[in-house]
Design a protein around this ligand. Structure first.
Ligand SMILES: Cc1cc2nc3c(=O)[nH]c(=O)nc-3n(C[C@H](O)[C@H](O)[C@H](O)COP(=O)(O)OP(=O)(O)OC[C@H]3O[C@@H](n4cnc5c(N)ncnc54)[C@H](O)[C@@H]3O)c2cc1C
Length: 436
Protein backbone atom coordinates (compact mmCIF):
# COMPACT_ATOMS: atom_id res chain seq x y z
CA UNK A 1 0.00 0.00 0.00
CA UNK A 2 1.35 3.44 -0.80
CA UNK A 3 0.44 6.55 1.12
CA UNK A 4 1.84 10.05 1.55
CA UNK A 5 2.29 9.91 5.32
CA UNK A 6 1.86 7.58 8.28
CA UNK A 7 0.15 8.72 11.46
CA UNK A 8 0.91 6.47 14.42
CA UNK A 9 -1.71 6.39 17.19
CA UNK A 10 -5.44 6.84 16.65
CA UNK A 11 -6.18 8.80 19.83
CA UNK A 12 -7.30 12.41 20.10
CA UNK A 13 -4.20 13.84 18.43
CA UNK A 14 -3.63 11.15 15.79
CA UNK A 15 -7.28 11.17 14.65
CA UNK A 16 -7.23 14.96 14.29
CA UNK A 17 -3.86 14.94 12.49
CA UNK A 18 -5.03 12.25 10.05
CA UNK A 19 -8.23 14.21 9.36
CA UNK A 20 -6.38 17.46 8.64
CA UNK A 21 -3.97 15.68 6.28
CA UNK A 22 -6.75 13.84 4.47
CA UNK A 23 -8.82 17.01 4.09
CA UNK A 24 -5.75 18.64 2.51
CA UNK A 25 -5.75 15.88 -0.12
CA UNK A 26 -2.97 13.66 1.25
CA UNK A 27 -3.26 9.92 1.67
CA UNK A 28 -2.76 8.68 5.22
CA UNK A 29 -2.00 5.33 6.82
CA UNK A 30 -3.35 5.62 10.37
CA UNK A 31 -1.71 2.93 12.51
CA UNK A 32 -3.53 2.08 15.74
CA UNK A 33 -2.51 -0.84 17.91
CA UNK A 34 -5.86 -1.26 19.65
CA UNK A 35 -7.82 -3.74 17.57
CA UNK A 36 -4.63 -5.68 16.83
CA UNK A 37 -4.64 -7.60 20.12
CA UNK A 38 -3.02 -4.69 22.01
CA UNK A 39 -4.39 -2.33 24.64
CA UNK A 40 -3.05 0.48 26.83
CA UNK A 41 -3.74 0.22 30.59
CA UNK A 42 -6.23 3.14 30.35
CA UNK A 43 -8.23 2.37 27.18
CA UNK A 44 -11.14 -0.07 27.10
CA UNK A 45 -12.09 -0.58 23.45
CA UNK A 46 -11.06 -0.26 19.81
CA UNK A 47 -12.65 3.08 18.89
CA UNK A 48 -10.46 5.92 17.75
CA UNK A 49 -10.28 8.99 20.02
CA UNK A 50 -11.46 7.07 23.08
CA UNK A 51 -11.80 9.32 26.14
CA UNK A 52 -9.90 7.41 28.81
CA UNK A 53 -11.38 9.19 31.81
CA UNK A 54 -13.74 12.17 32.13
CA UNK A 55 -16.20 13.02 29.32
CA UNK A 56 -15.50 16.76 29.59
CA UNK A 57 -13.68 19.03 27.17
CA UNK A 58 -13.80 21.65 29.98
CA UNK A 59 -15.03 25.22 29.56
CA UNK A 60 -16.61 26.20 26.26
CA UNK A 61 -16.50 29.92 27.14
CA UNK A 62 -14.41 31.54 24.40
CA UNK A 63 -14.52 35.02 25.97
CA UNK A 64 -12.94 34.36 29.33
CA UNK A 65 -11.38 30.91 29.32
CA UNK A 66 -8.25 29.78 27.46
CA UNK A 67 -9.52 26.25 26.73
CA UNK A 68 -12.88 27.69 25.53
CA UNK A 69 -10.88 29.93 23.20
CA UNK A 70 -8.94 26.90 21.95
CA UNK A 71 -12.28 25.16 21.17
CA UNK A 72 -13.29 28.18 19.10
CA UNK A 73 -9.98 28.27 17.22
CA UNK A 74 -10.16 24.55 16.47
CA UNK A 75 -13.69 24.90 15.12
CA UNK A 76 -12.42 27.68 12.84
CA UNK A 77 -9.70 25.31 11.61
CA UNK A 78 -12.12 22.50 10.71
CA UNK A 79 -11.41 20.24 13.66
CA UNK A 80 -12.98 16.78 13.51
CA UNK A 81 -12.67 16.39 17.29
CA UNK A 82 -14.65 19.59 17.87
CA UNK A 83 -17.21 18.72 15.17
CA UNK A 84 -17.95 15.36 16.81
CA UNK A 85 -17.74 16.90 20.30
CA UNK A 86 -20.42 19.43 19.34
CA UNK A 87 -22.56 16.72 17.73
CA UNK A 88 -22.48 14.56 20.84
CA UNK A 89 -22.77 17.30 23.43
CA UNK A 90 -24.55 16.51 26.71
CA UNK A 91 -25.77 19.18 29.18
CA UNK A 92 -22.91 20.51 31.35
CA UNK A 93 -23.54 24.23 31.90
CA UNK A 94 -20.85 26.34 30.29
CA UNK A 95 -18.58 23.30 29.83
CA UNK A 96 -18.54 21.08 26.76
CA UNK A 97 -19.18 17.52 27.87
CA UNK A 98 -19.86 14.73 25.42
CA UNK A 99 -21.54 11.35 25.19
CA UNK A 100 -18.27 9.40 25.19
CA UNK A 101 -19.41 6.44 23.08
CA UNK A 102 -21.26 8.60 20.57
CA UNK A 103 -18.23 10.86 20.31
CA UNK A 104 -15.60 8.19 19.66
CA UNK A 105 -17.95 6.21 17.40
CA UNK A 106 -18.53 9.43 15.42
CA UNK A 107 -14.78 10.09 15.07
CA UNK A 108 -14.11 6.48 14.06
CA UNK A 109 -16.90 6.50 11.45
CA UNK A 110 -15.74 9.81 9.94
CA UNK A 111 -12.16 8.61 9.64
CA UNK A 112 -13.14 5.18 8.31
CA UNK A 113 -15.33 6.81 5.66
CA UNK A 114 -12.67 9.27 4.48
CA UNK A 115 -11.37 8.14 1.08
CA UNK A 116 -7.84 9.39 1.87
CA UNK A 117 -7.40 7.51 5.17
CA UNK A 118 -6.65 3.83 5.66
CA UNK A 119 -6.90 2.64 9.24
CA UNK A 120 -4.43 -0.18 9.88
CA UNK A 121 -4.69 -2.03 13.16
CA UNK A 122 -1.02 -2.59 13.94
CA UNK A 123 1.52 -1.85 16.62
CA UNK A 124 4.48 0.16 15.40
CA UNK A 125 7.76 -0.60 17.16
CA UNK A 126 10.32 1.59 15.42
CA UNK A 127 10.63 5.14 14.17
CA UNK A 128 9.50 5.23 10.53
CA UNK A 129 11.82 6.15 7.68
CA UNK A 130 9.21 8.05 5.67
CA UNK A 131 7.06 11.08 6.59
CA UNK A 132 5.24 10.39 9.84
CA UNK A 133 3.43 11.90 12.80
CA UNK A 134 3.82 10.07 16.09
CA UNK A 135 0.81 10.58 18.36
CA UNK A 136 1.02 7.55 20.61
CA UNK A 137 0.11 9.42 23.77
CA UNK A 138 0.98 9.18 27.44
CA UNK A 139 0.93 5.38 27.33
CA UNK A 140 3.04 4.79 24.23
CA UNK A 141 3.79 1.08 23.82
CA UNK A 142 7.22 0.13 25.25
CA UNK A 143 9.04 -0.95 22.06
CA UNK A 144 8.28 2.34 20.31
CA UNK A 145 9.23 4.30 23.47
CA UNK A 146 12.57 2.49 23.43
CA UNK A 147 13.09 3.36 19.80
CA UNK A 148 12.25 7.03 20.47
CA UNK A 149 14.57 7.11 23.50
CA UNK A 150 17.39 5.65 21.40
CA UNK A 151 17.00 8.52 18.98
CA UNK A 152 16.52 11.33 21.53
CA UNK A 153 18.72 10.05 24.35
CA UNK A 154 17.30 8.37 27.45
CA UNK A 155 17.01 11.53 29.54
CA UNK A 156 14.93 13.34 26.94
CA UNK A 157 11.94 10.99 27.18
CA UNK A 158 10.14 10.85 30.53
CA UNK A 159 7.86 8.03 31.67
CA UNK A 160 6.42 9.83 34.70
CA UNK A 161 5.57 13.43 35.35
CA UNK A 162 6.09 15.22 38.69
CA UNK A 163 4.09 18.40 38.46
CA UNK A 164 4.40 21.22 40.96
CA UNK A 165 1.56 23.77 41.05
CA UNK A 166 1.94 26.92 38.96
CA UNK A 167 0.65 30.30 40.11
CA UNK A 168 -0.27 33.36 38.04
CA UNK A 169 2.31 35.97 39.05
CA UNK A 170 -0.20 38.81 39.35
CA UNK A 171 -2.10 36.92 42.07
CA UNK A 172 0.88 36.74 44.47
CA UNK A 173 0.75 39.33 47.27
CA UNK A 174 4.12 41.10 46.94
CA UNK A 175 3.47 43.07 50.15
CA UNK A 176 4.16 39.77 51.92
CA UNK A 177 6.34 37.88 49.43
CA UNK A 178 9.61 39.23 48.05
CA UNK A 179 12.11 38.62 45.27
CA UNK A 180 15.48 37.17 46.33
CA UNK A 181 17.73 34.24 45.54
CA UNK A 182 19.02 32.37 48.58
CA UNK A 183 22.21 33.92 49.99
CA UNK A 184 21.74 36.77 47.51
CA UNK A 185 23.13 34.58 44.70
CA UNK A 186 22.24 34.94 41.02
CA UNK A 187 19.84 37.48 39.70
CA UNK A 188 17.85 38.98 42.61
CA UNK A 189 14.64 38.26 40.71
CA UNK A 190 15.08 34.50 40.25
CA UNK A 191 12.83 33.50 43.15
CA UNK A 192 9.75 34.82 44.93
CA UNK A 193 9.76 33.90 48.63
CA UNK A 194 6.78 33.44 50.95
CA UNK A 195 7.66 33.39 54.69
CA UNK A 196 6.11 31.14 57.36
CA UNK A 197 6.55 31.54 61.12
CA UNK A 198 6.87 28.51 63.40
CA UNK A 199 3.17 28.20 64.10
CA UNK A 200 2.23 28.57 60.42
CA UNK A 201 4.85 26.01 59.40
CA UNK A 202 3.69 23.37 61.88
CA UNK A 203 0.04 23.90 60.93
CA UNK A 204 0.98 23.58 57.25
CA UNK A 205 2.91 20.33 57.76
CA UNK A 206 0.03 18.84 59.76
CA UNK A 207 -2.46 19.85 57.06
CA UNK A 208 -0.28 18.28 54.34
CA UNK A 209 -0.23 14.98 56.21
CA UNK A 210 -3.98 15.07 56.86
CA UNK A 211 -4.87 16.28 53.33
CA UNK A 212 -6.95 14.12 51.01
CA UNK A 213 -4.76 12.35 48.42
CA UNK A 214 -5.63 11.04 44.98
CA UNK A 215 -5.88 7.26 44.91
CA UNK A 216 -4.20 5.69 41.91
CA UNK A 217 -4.83 2.41 40.16
CA UNK A 218 -1.90 0.05 40.44
CA UNK A 219 -0.51 0.67 36.93
CA UNK A 220 -0.61 4.42 37.50
CA UNK A 221 1.51 4.27 40.61
CA UNK A 222 4.56 6.41 40.24
CA UNK A 223 7.80 5.30 41.84
CA UNK A 224 9.13 8.08 44.06
CA UNK A 225 12.52 9.39 43.05
CA UNK A 226 14.61 11.45 45.46
CA UNK A 227 14.38 14.97 44.12
CA UNK A 228 10.75 14.71 43.04
CA UNK A 229 9.14 13.13 46.09
CA UNK A 230 5.57 14.34 46.77
CA UNK A 231 5.58 17.13 49.32
CA UNK A 232 3.17 15.28 51.64
CA UNK A 233 5.41 12.17 51.59
CA UNK A 234 8.33 14.36 52.66
CA UNK A 235 6.15 15.84 55.42
CA UNK A 236 5.36 12.34 56.69
CA UNK A 237 9.09 11.63 57.12
CA UNK A 238 9.33 14.05 60.04
CA UNK A 239 8.18 17.49 61.02
CA UNK A 240 11.55 19.09 60.21
CA UNK A 241 12.08 17.38 56.84
CA UNK A 242 10.55 20.16 54.76
CA UNK A 243 12.35 22.86 56.74
CA UNK A 244 15.63 21.22 55.74
CA UNK A 245 14.35 20.63 52.20
CA UNK A 246 12.20 22.74 49.87
CA UNK A 247 10.89 24.96 52.70
CA UNK A 248 14.30 26.09 54.04
CA UNK A 249 14.22 29.63 55.40
CA UNK A 250 18.01 30.04 55.66
CA UNK A 251 19.76 32.61 53.48
CA UNK A 252 16.55 34.56 52.82
CA UNK A 253 16.15 38.02 54.33
CA UNK A 254 12.52 38.90 54.86
CA UNK A 255 12.38 42.67 54.14
CA UNK A 256 9.58 43.09 56.69
CA UNK A 257 11.64 41.69 59.61
CA UNK A 258 15.23 41.88 58.32
CA UNK A 259 15.64 38.23 59.39
CA UNK A 260 15.47 34.74 57.93
CA UNK A 261 11.96 33.33 58.21
CA UNK A 262 11.37 30.11 60.19
CA UNK A 263 10.46 28.45 56.88
CA UNK A 264 9.79 29.66 53.35
CA UNK A 265 8.05 28.59 50.18
CA UNK A 266 9.91 29.55 47.01
CA UNK A 267 8.46 30.12 43.55
CA UNK A 268 10.58 30.09 40.40
CA UNK A 269 9.75 31.67 37.06
CA UNK A 270 8.17 29.10 34.76
CA UNK A 271 7.77 30.85 31.41
CA UNK A 272 9.62 33.43 29.37
CA UNK A 273 6.85 36.03 29.82
CA UNK A 274 7.34 35.88 33.61
CA UNK A 275 3.58 35.46 34.09
CA UNK A 276 3.75 31.94 35.57
CA UNK A 277 5.69 30.85 38.66
CA UNK A 278 5.98 27.28 39.95
CA UNK A 279 6.13 26.37 43.62
CA UNK A 280 9.54 24.77 43.92
CA UNK A 281 9.54 21.16 45.15
CA UNK A 282 5.76 21.05 45.65
CA UNK A 283 4.94 18.09 43.37
CA UNK A 284 2.01 16.41 45.07
CA UNK A 285 -0.68 13.75 44.99
CA UNK A 286 -3.10 15.86 47.04
CA UNK A 287 -6.53 16.24 45.45
CA UNK A 288 -6.91 19.42 43.41
CA UNK A 289 -9.45 21.13 45.70
CA UNK A 290 -7.24 20.28 48.67
CA UNK A 291 -4.20 21.83 46.97
CA UNK A 292 -6.05 25.10 46.36
CA UNK A 293 -7.32 25.21 49.96
CA UNK A 294 -3.96 24.37 51.50
CA UNK A 295 -1.61 26.37 49.30
CA UNK A 296 -3.76 29.46 49.86
CA UNK A 297 -2.86 29.26 53.56
CA UNK A 298 0.76 30.13 52.62
CA UNK A 299 1.42 33.81 53.43
CA UNK A 300 1.48 35.74 50.16
CA UNK A 301 -0.56 33.10 48.29
CA UNK A 302 -3.92 33.77 49.98
CA UNK A 303 -5.41 34.94 46.68
CA UNK A 304 -3.29 32.77 44.39
CA UNK A 305 -4.85 31.61 41.17
CA UNK A 306 -3.39 28.43 39.79
CA UNK A 307 -2.56 27.94 36.12
CA UNK A 308 -1.90 24.27 36.86
CA UNK A 309 -2.22 22.13 39.95
CA UNK A 310 0.28 19.51 41.02
CA UNK A 311 0.23 15.81 40.18
CA UNK A 312 2.27 12.68 39.59
CA UNK A 313 1.27 10.31 36.81
CA UNK A 314 2.55 7.75 34.45
CA UNK A 315 3.08 9.84 31.34
CA UNK A 316 5.38 9.38 28.36
CA UNK A 317 6.55 12.76 27.12
CA UNK A 318 9.48 14.31 25.31
CA UNK A 319 11.69 17.18 26.34
CA UNK A 320 10.06 18.97 23.44
CA UNK A 321 11.45 22.52 23.82
CA UNK A 322 14.89 21.10 23.07
CA UNK A 323 14.02 18.27 20.66
CA UNK A 324 11.31 19.68 18.40
CA UNK A 325 11.49 22.55 15.95
CA UNK A 326 8.81 25.23 15.61
CA UNK A 327 6.68 22.95 13.40
CA UNK A 328 6.94 19.93 15.73
CA UNK A 329 9.59 18.09 13.69
CA UNK A 330 12.17 16.05 15.54
CA UNK A 331 15.31 18.10 14.93
CA UNK A 332 17.50 15.03 14.55
CA UNK A 333 15.03 13.32 12.15
CA UNK A 334 12.86 15.90 10.46
CA UNK A 335 10.76 13.32 8.59
CA UNK A 336 9.11 12.63 11.95
CA UNK A 337 6.75 15.00 13.75
CA UNK A 338 5.27 14.48 17.20
CA UNK A 339 1.74 15.42 18.27
CA UNK A 340 -0.53 15.15 21.29
CA UNK A 341 0.29 14.48 24.88
CA UNK A 342 3.67 12.94 24.05
CA UNK A 343 4.84 16.49 23.22
CA UNK A 344 4.12 17.57 26.82
CA UNK A 345 0.76 19.21 26.45
CA UNK A 346 -1.90 17.94 28.83
CA UNK A 347 -5.60 17.28 28.21
CA UNK A 348 -7.91 15.97 25.51
CA UNK A 349 -8.32 19.31 23.76
CA UNK A 350 -4.71 20.39 24.01
CA UNK A 351 -3.65 17.00 22.59
CA UNK A 352 -6.14 17.23 19.73
CA UNK A 353 -5.11 20.82 18.96
CA UNK A 354 -1.45 19.84 18.67
CA UNK A 355 -2.56 16.96 16.41
CA UNK A 356 -4.44 19.48 14.30
CA UNK A 357 -1.50 21.80 13.81
CA UNK A 358 0.97 18.92 13.28
CA UNK A 359 -1.32 17.64 10.51
CA UNK A 360 -1.47 21.07 8.91
CA UNK A 361 2.31 21.59 9.12
CA UNK A 362 2.92 18.17 7.54
CA UNK A 363 0.32 18.78 4.81
CA UNK A 364 1.94 22.10 3.93
CA UNK A 365 5.40 20.57 3.79
CA UNK A 366 4.32 17.61 1.66
CA UNK A 367 2.59 19.89 -0.84
CA UNK A 368 5.56 22.24 -1.12
CA UNK A 369 4.08 25.12 0.87
CA UNK A 370 5.26 26.74 4.07
CA UNK A 371 2.85 27.34 6.90
CA UNK A 372 3.83 29.94 9.49
CA UNK A 373 3.04 28.81 13.03
CA UNK A 374 -0.14 30.36 14.45
CA UNK A 375 0.55 33.67 16.25
CA UNK A 376 1.57 33.40 19.89
CA UNK A 377 -1.40 35.64 20.79
CA UNK A 378 -3.79 32.77 19.88
CA UNK A 379 -4.47 29.87 22.25
CA UNK A 380 -3.07 27.39 19.73
CA UNK A 381 -0.01 29.56 19.08
CA UNK A 382 0.65 30.13 22.79
CA UNK A 383 0.49 26.38 23.55
CA UNK A 384 2.62 25.48 20.52
CA UNK A 385 5.23 28.11 21.38
CA UNK A 386 5.40 26.80 24.94
CA UNK A 387 6.01 23.25 23.71
CA UNK A 388 8.50 24.08 21.02
CA UNK A 389 10.71 26.57 22.77
CA UNK A 390 9.28 29.00 25.32
CA UNK A 391 9.26 26.51 28.20
CA UNK A 392 12.42 25.73 30.15
CA UNK A 393 13.71 22.40 28.71
CA UNK A 394 15.51 21.20 31.86
CA UNK A 395 12.42 21.36 34.08
CA UNK A 396 9.83 20.73 31.34
CA UNK A 397 6.56 19.21 32.64
CA UNK A 398 3.15 18.73 30.97
CA UNK A 399 1.00 21.84 30.63
CA UNK A 400 -2.65 22.76 30.00
CA UNK A 401 -3.49 25.79 27.90
CA UNK A 402 -3.93 28.88 30.12
CA UNK A 403 -3.63 32.66 29.81
CA UNK A 404 -0.24 32.60 31.52
CA UNK A 405 1.21 31.19 28.27
CA UNK A 406 0.03 34.24 26.31
CA UNK A 407 2.16 37.38 25.94
CA UNK A 408 0.93 39.80 28.62
CA UNK A 409 -1.37 42.64 27.55
CA UNK A 410 0.86 45.75 27.49
CA UNK A 411 0.19 48.67 29.82
CA UNK A 412 -1.93 48.78 32.96
CA UNK A 413 -5.22 46.93 32.66
CA UNK A 414 -8.00 46.16 35.08
CA UNK A 415 -7.83 42.50 36.06
CA UNK A 416 -11.55 42.09 35.37
CA UNK A 417 -11.07 43.17 31.74
CA UNK A 418 -7.94 41.18 31.02
CA UNK A 419 -9.39 37.83 29.93
CA UNK A 420 -11.66 39.49 27.39
CA UNK A 421 -8.66 41.46 26.11
CA UNK A 422 -6.70 38.22 25.64
CA UNK A 423 -9.53 36.53 23.77
CA UNK A 424 -10.37 39.55 21.57
CA UNK A 425 -6.68 39.92 20.68
CA UNK A 426 -6.49 36.17 19.91
CA UNK A 427 -9.49 36.27 17.57
CA UNK A 428 -8.01 39.19 15.64
CA UNK A 429 -4.63 37.41 15.39
CA UNK A 430 -6.22 34.15 14.24
CA UNK A 431 -8.24 35.93 11.54
CA UNK A 432 -5.11 37.64 10.22
CA UNK A 433 -3.19 34.34 10.19
CA UNK A 434 -6.03 32.52 8.44
CA UNK A 435 -6.26 35.29 5.85
CA UNK A 436 -2.50 35.06 5.19
C1 LIG B 1 -5.42 7.56 32.93
C2 LIG B 1 -5.51 8.87 32.22
C3 LIG B 1 -6.60 9.69 32.45
C4 LIG B 1 -6.72 10.93 31.78
N1 LIG B 1 -7.82 11.68 32.01
C5 LIG B 1 -7.98 12.84 31.33
C6 LIG B 1 -9.18 13.61 31.50
O1 LIG B 1 -10.06 13.24 32.26
N2 LIG B 1 -9.29 14.76 30.82
C7 LIG B 1 -8.34 15.18 29.96
O2 LIG B 1 -8.52 16.23 29.34
N3 LIG B 1 -7.18 14.47 29.78
C8 LIG B 1 -6.99 13.31 30.43
N4 LIG B 1 -5.86 12.58 30.28
C9 LIG B 1 -4.74 13.16 29.52
C10 LIG B 1 -4.78 13.16 27.98
O3 LIG B 1 -5.42 14.26 27.53
C11 LIG B 1 -5.31 11.97 27.32
O4 LIG B 1 -4.46 10.93 27.65
C12 LIG B 1 -5.44 12.10 25.78
O5 LIG B 1 -6.10 10.96 25.36
C13 LIG B 1 -4.12 12.28 25.06
O6 LIG B 1 -4.33 12.26 23.65
P1 LIG B 1 -3.26 11.59 22.67
O7 LIG B 1 -3.89 11.52 21.34
O8 LIG B 1 -1.98 12.28 22.81
O9 LIG B 1 -3.07 10.13 23.24
P2 LIG B 1 -4.16 8.93 23.28
O10 LIG B 1 -5.53 9.44 23.21
O11 LIG B 1 -3.76 8.05 24.42
O12 LIG B 1 -3.88 8.17 21.91
C14 LIG B 1 -2.70 7.45 21.67
C15 LIG B 1 -3.04 6.25 20.83
O13 LIG B 1 -1.84 5.63 20.39
C16 LIG B 1 -2.00 4.22 20.46
N5 LIG B 1 -0.65 3.66 20.53
C17 LIG B 1 0.24 3.72 21.55
N6 LIG B 1 1.42 3.15 21.20
C18 LIG B 1 1.25 2.69 19.94
C19 LIG B 1 2.11 2.00 19.02
N7 LIG B 1 3.38 1.68 19.35
N8 LIG B 1 1.63 1.67 17.79
C20 LIG B 1 0.36 2.01 17.44
N9 LIG B 1 -0.49 2.65 18.27
C21 LIG B 1 -0.04 2.99 19.50
C22 LIG B 1 -2.88 4.01 21.67
O14 LIG B 1 -3.56 2.78 21.61
C23 LIG B 1 -3.83 5.20 21.58
O15 LIG B 1 -4.99 4.89 20.87
C24 LIG B 1 -5.69 11.36 30.90
C25 LIG B 1 -4.60 10.53 30.68
C26 LIG B 1 -4.50 9.31 31.32
C27 LIG B 1 -3.32 8.42 31.05
Amino acid sequence: MTYDIQVIGGGLAGSEAAWQLAEAGLTVRLSEMRGAGEMTPAHHGDSLAELVCSNSFRSDDADSNAVGLLHQEMRALGSLIMREGDRHRVPAGSALAVDRDGFSTGVTAAIAAHPNITIVRERVDTLPEGPAIIATGPLTAPALSDSIAQETGKDALAFFDAIAPIVHRDTIDMDVAWFQSRWGKGDGTDYINCPLDKEQYHAFVAALIAGEKTEYREWENVPYFEGCMPIEVMAERGVETLRFGPMKGVGLDDPRTGRWPYAAVQLRQDNAHGTLWNIVGFQTKLKHAEQVRLFRTIPGLEKAEFARLGGLHRNTFLRSPELLDATLRLRSRPNVRFAGQITGCEGYIESASIGLIAGRFAAAELTGRTLAPPPVETALGALLTHITGAAEAETYQPMNVNFGLFPPIPGRTKKADRKKMYTDRARAALSEWLAA
